[in-house]
Design a protein around this ligand. Sequence first.
Ligand code: SAM
Length: 196
Amino acid sequence: MYSASLTLSNYLLSPPNLMKNAEILDVGAGTGFFTTKIAEKLCKHLPTASFYAMDITPAMLKMLSKKTADVLLFLGTAENVGASIRFARKHLEIPEKFDAVYSTLTLHHCVDIENVFQSIHEVLKTNGKAVIVDLCKHSFKEFKKEMGDIHLGFQPKQVKEKASKHFSMVQIEKIPGIRCEVSGRSAELFIAYMTA
Ligand SMILES: C[S@@+](CC[C@H](N)C(=O)[O-])C[C@H]1O[C@@H](n2cnc3c(N)ncnc32)[C@H](O)[C@@H]1O
């Protein structure tokens, strides 16, 4: 069965291989719909990997904390992951840099998406991998009021242009056959694969 979490996990597991003890961060994890699935799938191949999840909303992390004890959670912003980590490191054991960083359905909540790419790049180790899944351009203006969306999705070309300023390799594809559904309205999804 084709799914966004499977597509994302497959990229993280594809060559160049992550180390068995890779450190992997989810930015804007929310209640962990993807976080837990991806951690489960990756653990089968990377048995000593460590998983971390960050979000700007404490209530989201509280819900995620009830789902799993295997992911270390901390507060932070996608636009400044580095500073969020430095602050969290005062109280928690969190790496300064990661082997892989991913983010799902958070980019359209961020005002300046180029800051997000820059900030994810800053916390990746040399040759680290990043993956972003988000909405393709859509016309549902009411999502701004209903869900606090800032962007009505993105043209893949626009994302590639911003990401390419910070990553050595950027590849973007629409995810076939899967759409983000909200009360009968649906938007296509894209996946952006990046290497530091
Ligand atoms: C639509 S939810 C997606 C949650 C999860 N990644 C998923 O795919 O189910 C968007 C999440 O992004 C978080 N968020 C919004 N703006 C953010 C920002 N600037 N930095 C970090 N997280 C942010 C919200 O708190 C929310 O949990």
